[in-house]
Design a protein around this ligand. Structure first.
Ligand code: LR7
Ligand code: MN
Length: 460
């Protein structure tokens, strides 16, 4: 069996600075490893299990619990329980990964739970740093750096450790670069633990009792998706910590598509799960999700009473706290957008010209309309700001006729009336409007004139 690993294993150069760190194994609590799968290839499932057994100190692995989520062939799992420490549970019907993981966790006996996807390879020394953190810090939930197992030839490829988990307002998980201060710390010490706003979801260790107290998973979520955001919000808002441990590395097969069906359709399942996470944890900020993904509003999400009760019982903090303290880098658009789209003057549209952060005010411009949103996508907020991400359209600093209207940071930008008469009028300087110019792409300040076509802007 070891030959499987020797064929695939590539030494992990990034792990070198981690070697001197030694762990006193007897001071660590053992773990139950939980792997749920639906229709996983036997080779990859076996690779996952063998790497756990071969690359972990034996006394730290209490058991490996496989939960076969009603794979069409029951032998996918049943053949594996001949392996030392492996226990196999099977669902009679497809439940999805959330209910399957809860079933595995309920059957587990070790003080720490370690979840893995069913297509991983645990690298040398992967387990000790995870257990070291959780054994000594009950409310820390920790993930390894997730390396890449190449989908085409199953080679193990080291990934960058300078990443953490994040999201945008569509609430889809994404990897992102560390914030600049974290990056500076990382440059000084690449073994340093990284706080992450969100975990990818599949690979992590958590104290078993803490997992139960926190409300396990939302078992009304189905199949795949959304549970990683939900558990991440829950951990942070209810007093825990999410971390990535650079010295722990586990490879994962990133697939282009799901090798399984989604009863109900993948879009609807993902939207239902995500709505449940948003409705329970995001307070008013859920509106930002609905503004980005309006179709989600039509997807029923069932009752969330049980989950709200957890939030109440644990006295969890508001989402606003999470944004401020855990994820200050996430751009928060103004709530309450009145209208959204392009702002068109003739055949030209107001355009950021690709710039996104304005430290100083810059002249605002129009550009040929392209109809593709992007740099020409604007929101009119209830307060009257005209906004794209965190830049806003604003009055010039010196108010003379013909002075350039500017883009600047929304904190400092001025407000407008943008009414049905199609003029963009200053709220602070009534009678002054935004005007295009006939022979350049600049926008300028002008005396409002209903009959001047250069002042007529249309929201599309
Ligand atoms: O119905 C199902 N029942 C299952 O048991 C559907 C899936 N599963 C199993 C499946 O066999 C696998 O072991 O659940 C696991 C995750 O499903 P994948 O591997 O098809 O999905 P993924 O790798 O895209 O999943 C990522 O996002 C998921 C959101 O629900 C989960 O959080 C996964 O655990 C997560 N995987 C990782 O975090 C690994 C790193 C990938 C990234 C980013
Ligand atoms: Mn996976």
């Amino acid at each position: 069996m070891t030959s499987i690993l020797f064929d695939f294993y590539q030494p992990n150069l990034n792990a070198v600075p981690c070697r001197p760190k030694e762990y006193d194994v007897s001071s660590l609590q053992p773990t139950s490893v939980i792997i749920t799968f639906h229709n996983e290839a036997r080779s990859t499932l076996l690779r996952t299990i063998v790497s756990v057994l071969n690359r972990s100190p034996a006394e730290l692995i209490e058991e490996i619990i496989l939960v076969d989520d009603a794979s069409p062939n029951p032998q996918d799992g049943s053949l594996l329980d001949k392996i030392h420490k492996v226990k196999v549970l099977r669902n009679d019907k497809r439940e999805g990964l959330m209910r399957s993981r809860v079933k595995g966790a309920d059957a587990a006996s070790a003080p720490i739970l370690t979840f893995l996807d069913s297509h991983c390879e645990c690298n040398t020394g992967w387990l000790e740093p995870l257990l070291n953190l959780v054994s000594h810090n009950r409310t820390h939930v920790v993930s390894p750096v997730i390396d890449v197992i190449n989908m085409d030839d199953f080679r193990y490829v080291a990934a960058s450790a300078e990443l953490r988990g994040g999201f945008e307002w569509n609430l889809v998980f994404k990897w992102e670069y560390l914030s600049p201060p974290d990056r500076r710390d990382f440059a000084k010490d690449p073994t340093r633990i990284i706080r992450t706003p969100i975990i990818a979801g599949g690979l992590f260790s958590i104290n078993r009792e803490y997992f139960n107290e926190l409300g396990k998973y939302d078992v009304q979520m189905d199949i795949w998706g959304g549970e990683n955001l939900e558990i991440s919000f829950r951990v942070w808002q209810c007093g825990g910590t999410l971390e990535i441990v650079p010295c722990s590395r586990v490879g994962h097969v990133f697939r282009k598509q799901h090798p399984y069906s989604f009863p109900g359709g993948s879009g609807a399942v993902f939207a239902k799960n995500t709505r449940r996470a948003a409705e329970v944890w995001m307070d008013g900020y859920k509106e930002l999700y609905y503004a980005k993904v309006p179709l989600a509003k039509a997807v029923p999400f069932g009752s969330i009473d049980d989950r709200m009760a957890i939030r109440e019982r644990l006295q969890c903090k508001p989402f606003k706290w999470y944004l401020k303290n855990v994820y200050p880098d996430l751009k928060v658009p103004q709530l309450m957008v009145v209208r959204q789209g392009s702002i068109q003057q003739g055949h030209r549209c107001i355009d950021t010209m690709g710039k996104s952060v304005y430290r100083t005010a810059e002249p605002a411009q129009v550009f040929q309309c392209h109809g593709a949103g992007g740099n020409q996508d604007w929101s009119l907020t209830k307060e009257g700001q005209i906004q794209h991400d965190d830049i806003c359209l604003s009055m010039p600093a010196s108010l003379f006729i013909g002075a350039p209207v500017v883009f600047q940071s929304c904190d400092q930008a001025s407000k407008w009336y943008f009414n049905k008469d199609e003029l963009i009028q200053s709220q602070d300087k009534p009678g002054f409007c935004v005007s295009a110019t006939p022979d350049s792409n600049d926008l300028v300040f002008a005396i409002c004139d209903q009959d001047d076509y250069l002042q007529k802007f249309e929201f599309d």
